[in-house]
Each structure stands twice: as C-alpha cells, then as structure tokens.
Design a binder for this molecule. Structure first.
Ligand code: ZN
Ligand code: ZN
Length: 391
C-alpha cells in the first residue's frame, strides 16, 4: 500500500471529487468515437476551470493550460472509450448504458486527468510552461490516437514530451510498473480461409478435406514462435476461432480461422506474418487445397523513451514502495505507441486491484472494477511528472 503522506493534502482532499467524477463516467459508458456525453462533460469541466479547449477527431478534446512563466510543453493523455460488454455488478454506479461498460478503467483515466487539470488551474502563477490535456476517443479498437495526432493534438504549441497511464487491476493498489524501451506489443489480426473439395465422409479420397489441412496448419505454425523467432524475443500466435463442417459424415469445402498475433518488436510481427503465409502456402500445396489469407495491422509496439522513462522511474522510486515497483512487459496493445513515435515520453501502469475488497477481476471482464484509492495516486504521479519536466 502506498504511504498516505506520499500524496499531498491538496490532492488527498480531491479524493471524493475524483470518485464522483469516475462514477459518473462509469454510469454512462460510450463506445469508441461515440463518446458524445463523455466529451461534453470533459469540455465543460475544463472550461469551468478556465482552461482553453478544442474539440477534434469527432469526440476528442484537447485542453491547453499555459503557465504564467515560459517553459516546455508537456502532454498528458487519457483515453475515454468503453467496451461492448454487459456489466455484471451490484454497485451503485453500475453502467446505465445497456451493453456498454467501462471495463478497462478509462473512466478512471478521465477522472485522474481532470483532477490534474483542476490542480494546476489554480497554480498557473508558478507554472513554467504549458500542459496539454489530451482526451482521446476510441483506444480499444479504432486507434483514436491516429486521428488525434492527425488533427494536431501534439502541435501549436509543439509538445516536448508526453505521458500516459493505465490503472491495472492485476497489480495491487500502491504498485507501479514501467520500463524504458518496448513495454507493450505490436499487434495484428489474421483471417484465413482454407478451401478444399466437398464430399462424403466415407469417401475422403474423392475430396480435399479442409479440416485435416486446418489441423496440420494450426499444429505447424506453433513452431514459428518456438523455432523461427529468436528465443530471446517474445511473440504470440493464437487462433481464437475455427469454423468448419456441418455434419459428422460430411466433408465440407471450407474452414475459416481467425486469430491474433503479437510481438514485442514491430519487425518480429512482420516476420511472423510472412511465416504464417509461407507455411499456409506450403501446407495447402501439399494437400491440393486453396487458401485466402488476410493479415491486418493492429497497433505498433509501444516503446518508452529511455531518458524520459528513467526520470519517471526516479519519481516513482520516491513515491512507491521499492517492493511494489515492477518492470514488466505485456503482450497487450495500446495506441499510445503512436504518440511515442512522434515525441519522447513514457507510458506506465498503476496498480488498482485489491483482493481484500474483492477487486480482482482482470480488465475487460464483466465484473471488472478498480480500487478508487488509485485516483489520487494517479493525480499525484501526473502532478509530480509535470513539476519535474516543467521545472
Ligand atoms: Zn482495454
Ligand atoms: Zn485500456
């Protein structure tokens, strides 16, 4: 657990306010690029603080707070979208939008960023430089970061460094995780059709059985990670669906596979994709089957800047217990990666799980929740980053 005196009293007193904000967003979750209410609440909140706002990328909001003293420009980003999940919960702030849920904690990200805005809005006299608050739509699926960057969220004035955080229920409250270099995976999707020749199950010699071809293929591609990829590099191939056949004694003509592929390095993802197609081509040729393959890109690998991240780790060293500081990579994907391709910065995780309170479900689970004590911790961390990078 984080030492209470590590969060300054002026932020601790915001705790109830942050919880109210988070619960309001939690009650009204909105999917990617449909964050209409969310965006309006954020815009009005910032305007009431006297912060200049701009609406971009459909539902995105940027707020710019200029200090009275000259200095650098840093950006803080929160994603705003919810997931198409039906919430299972008895909490008072359960989702009122049927079929949508803040199951990734983006409601907390918004509340934390608004808390930081509130904190600095009354301290512009001593603020050296500018803070850009980025509220981004559509992180889960749509890659909203592209649109935000495209519409100039890192420009005018040009952002010198950017920071983002994710509350994480699998890490206990009071823990912190980041590291310099790649921390989240490069992702892609694969869709395959294996086309054989239909016929009677009792006369397989007159057919080309796509189920047998698919079985060989799925088994063969397991060796891409184990035999082709450098063992010191991480990669994943998962086929999440396989569809084929209609009756036990019928050989159908087609099998469909869909899957996800991941690698910690962008170049390895490209390599895995190439091997997936090469192996498919070979196995289909050996069996006389045809194929179609569609390999699409998800997000690039999220690579934290070395210098900036080491500075953030020093800030965390002072704030979190040494035993609670983690340096772990995850094979999840994040479009924050694209901000980091434009400007140096750091993405980090803060623990929001609490077994004792029964807060133990993973992100994207219908019973996902966070320990709301993470909210002031998130604000304090961002405030310390601002103070450190805008000295
Ligand atoms: Zn998510
Ligand atoms: Zn998320």
């Amino acid at each position: 657990m984080i030492n209470k005196d590590k969060v300054r009293p002026s932020i601790t007193t915001l705790s109830d306010h942050l919880t109210t904000l988070r619960r309001d967003f939690h009650k009204y979750p909105e999917l990617g690029f449909k964050e209409v209410r969310t965006s309006k609440v954020i815009e009005e909140y910032l305007q009431n603080l006297g912060i200049e706002t701009k609406k971009i990328a459909t539902t995105g909001i940027i707020g710019t707070l200029k200090g009275k003293l000259p200095g650098k420009v840093i950006a803080l980003r929160a994603d705003m979208d919810a997931l198409p999940i039906q919430e299972i919960s008895n909490c008072s702030y359960k989702s009122l939008n049927d079929g949508s849920m803040h199951a990734c904690g983006h409601d907390a990200h918004i509340a934390i960023l608004l808390g930081v805005a509130k904190y600095f809005s009354t301290r512009t006299n001593t603020l050296k430089g500018t803070i850009r608050f980025i509220f981004q739509p559509g992180e889960e699926m749509e890659g909203g970061a592209f649109d935000m960057i495209d519409k100039g969220c890192l420009d005018a004035p040009k952002v010198d460094a950017i920071f983002g955080l994710h509350v994480w229920s699998k890490y206990p409250l009071g823990s912190f995780c980041t590291l310099p270099g790649p921390i989240m995976a490069s992702t892609g999707e694969v869709k395959i059709e294996i086309i054989g020749k239909a016929g009677h199950g009792a006369m397989p010699h007159e057919t080309i059985d796509p189920i047998v071809v698919a079985a060989q293929y799925i088994t063969a591609v397991q060796s891409i990670i184990s035999r082709n990829l450098n063992p010191l590099d991480a990669g994943v191939i998962t086929f999440g669906t396989i569809k084929g056949g209609s009756k036990q004694n019928v050989i159908d003509a087609c099998v469909e596979l869909t899957g996800t592929i991941r690698a910690m390095k962008d170049e390895n993802l490209a390599y895995i994709k190439a091997r997936l197609e090469e192996v498919l081509k070979g196995i289909c040729a050996a069996n006389g089957a045809q194929y179609k393959i569609d390999l699409s890109n998800g997000y690039a690998s999220l690579v934290n800047d070395q210098v900036v991240t080491k500075k953030v780790m020093l800030i965390a060293d002072d704030m979190f217990d040494k035993s609670q500081i983690l340096q772990k990579q995850t094979m999840g994907g994040e479009d924050f990666a694209y901000y980091l391709k434009k400007v140096p910065g750091c993405y980090f995780f803060i623990g929001a799980g609490n077994d004792k309170k029964g807060i133990l479900y993973p992100q994207h689970h219908p019973s996902f929740d966070i320990d709301e004590d993470v909210l002031p911790i998130g604000v304090e961390m961002f405030v310390r980053i601002c103070e450190n990078f805008l000295p």
